[in-house]
Ligand binder design. Structure first.
Ligand code: HEM
Length: 533
């Protein structure tokens, strides 16, 4: 039934073929017993009460009662597709990751695009960040690049994430408003946490209303680390660029489309793949030698900063093509589990405090969202690489492990996976310091790159951004909150601050005589020296 052209099918597709189910057989219960009637419950007489012994009725209703699982705490609404990634040339100089070193290899992928703040049934065309998460089913295990369509983030330290998300989501008393960018709590948070300013510029720009997932960039955001065969590290920023170009809607279009077709982006992705117009993206990397770590006037570990392309150009590395829609939204798009800590040999972390928090958060949330510790066995999550370890039992265990031993080491028989060749080895970064709750001074400048972003806009884009600030901030009912935000905008650009203020009834601030971007020379000390290997 489902067998496709096996020639064209990739390894993941062939794996999925084992579990595809057409449900066009005779109707049965979940224990395989054929059913005689699924429209009439068993009752005592034609007009009598329903009987407890109607196991078909009870099973059918019980299963239905349990159909829903919690939606993602953020990025609840999404759309996904399968495809492949292929590197142009070997990147072996920088990384030992197999999928980045063999140009002859097509690595299967699944990508999930999403909005962040809305619930699972919310509209596609809202002003919001978009998620761009890619799972590479590599021969060395799954690698996830869990990015967004904007290259920076709102906060510098993951410990603020619950506060930020509580400020962005609908307010807790009445669950209003659905639109994230237009309420007091968000702007209150922004005014009190000026590190959000750079990202807020992106959020008020046309980037926040993409025309299509096929026309949207993606960014890994954090500085990550590539590690080559010799154990040498290189800092890296990941970029996805759509081959169709990056395009946005305009605000008025979003309002109309949101009413007429809330599935606008989701439908566009599905239909274009069905038509054979496959979305394509180029992967690019900004590669930064470790020796240059302190050469920037911002901290490479600060996720509210980009590395300007004038300083480090983007090297094109490979191409991704999305060519197959999922068979089942729930089984695949909903149950996929991305995680920044799903890495493969040759890709490693940095001490970006936002990344460090993410490395804890995703697995933790998935343990509840996907019902226990065995969700990697779900078809969409299952690696094409072999999985073998001594982890056992738990809810939804689908493997039938054999043998009497499930510990390491053991000398009594099978079930003792050995430590194989070419394993993941963590990069040997030397770290030492006092235990403190204090962010480095090098994270202090919250305005310069917001200005940089503003200055990169064309005139129409700048007009759109100004109107967005007026509209969204103008919906904030608390005057002091509006004023506080305008005060910060004044550090970004006086003309912008004045225009926003005038549009929303706030007294325009005076021009700053010496705009001090809060910048302190990066106090990046020698404390972070690396171990010689
Ligand atoms: C989900 C991106 C920061 C926690 C997601 C998803 C994306 C994403 C794309 C959706 C994944 C999917 O499609 O299933 C980002 C980016 C961040 C960021 C680019 C910053 C650079 C954070 C932080 C935390 C966090 C700081 C927590 C400390 C979560 C959680 C989910 C999520 C809990 C739901 C995951 C699930 O239920 O499977 N994020 N995120 N994120 N993110 Fe983040």
């Amino acid at each position: 039934e489902f067998s496709r052209d096996q020639e064209a099918a990739d390894e993941k597709d062939r794996q999925l073929d084992q579990v595809r189910d057409a449900s066009d057989e005779a109707l049965t219960t979940n224990t395989g017993v054929r059913v005689d009637d699924t429209d009439n419950s068993l009752s005592a007489g034609e007009r009598g009460p329903t009987l407890m012994e109607d196991f078909h009725f009870r099973e059918k209703i019980t299963h239905f009662d349990h159909e829903r699982i919690p939606e993602r705490v953020v990025h609840a609404r999404g759309a996904g597709a399968y495809g492949y990634f292929q590197v142009y040339e070997s990147m072996a100089r920088y990384t030992r990751a197999d999928f980045l070193t063999d140009p002859g290899l097509r690595t299967p992928v699944f990508v999930r695009f999403s909005t962040v703040a809305g619930s699972r049934g919310s509209a596609d065309t809202v002003r919001d960040v978009r998620g761009f998460a890619t799972k590479f089913y590599t021969r060395e295990g799954n690698y996830d690049l869990v990015g967004n369509n904007m290259p920076v983030f709102f906060i510098q330290d993951g410990i603020k994430f619950p506060d930020f998300v509580h400020a962005v989501k609908p307010e807790p008393d009445n669950e209003i408003p659905q639109a994230q960018s237009a309420h007091d709590t968000l702007w209150d948070f922004v005014g009190l946490q000026p590190e959000t300013l750079h990202m807020m510029m992106w959020l008020m720009s046309d980037r926040a209303i993409p025309r299509s997932y096929r026309m949207m960039q993606g960014f890994g955001v954090h500085t990550f680390r590539l590690v080559n065969e010799r154990g040498e590290g290189t800092f890296v920023k990941f970029h996805w660029t759509p081959l169709l170009g990056t395009h946005s809607l305009v605000w008025d279009e979003t309002q109309k489309i949101g009413g007429k077709d809330p599935d606008f982006n989701r439908r566009d992705l599905w239909d274009s793949i069905e038509r054979g117009q496959f979305p394509e993206y180029e992967l690019g990397m900004q590669l930064i030698p470790e020796s240059k770590e302190f050469d920037f006037d911002f901290d490479l570990l600060d996720p509210t900063k980009i590395v300007p392309e004038e300083q480090v150009p983007v090297t094109p590395v490979g191409k991704m093509v999305l060519n197959r829609n999922p068979d089942n939204f729930f089984a695949e798009t909903e149950q996929i589990a991305f995680h920044t800590a799903h890495v493969v040999p040759g890709i490693d972390f940095t001490n970006d405090p936002l990344l460090q928090a993410r490395n804890f958060s995703y697995l933790d949330t998935q343990l509840i969202r996907l019902g226990g510790p065995n969700f990697q066995q779900l078809p969409v999550n299952r690696p094409v690489a072999e999985v073998s370890n001594n982890q056992r039992d738990g809810y939804n265990q689908h493997s039938v492990h054999r043998g009497r031993t499930s510990y390491f080491p053991n000398s009594l028989g099978s079930g003792c996976p050995y430590l194989g060749e070419a394993p993941y080895t963590h990069y040997q970064e030397r770290v030492d310091g006092a235990k403190i709750r204090k962010r480095s001074e090098s994270f202090k400048d919250h305005y310069s790159q917001a200005t940089l972003f503003l200055n990169s806009l064309s005139d129409p884009e700048r007009t759109h951004l100004t109107s967005a600030f007026q509209f969204e901030l103008g919906k904030c009912e608390t005057m002091e909150v509006r004023e506080r935000v305008v005060g910060h905008l004044n550090h970004v650009d006086h003309t912008l601050a004045r225009a926003v203020a005038q549009g929303i009834g706030v007294t325009p601030p005076a021009a700053e005589e010496t705009p001090n971007h809060g910048r302190s020379s990066p106090a990046l000390s020698q404390a972070n020296t690396r171990m010689d290997t």
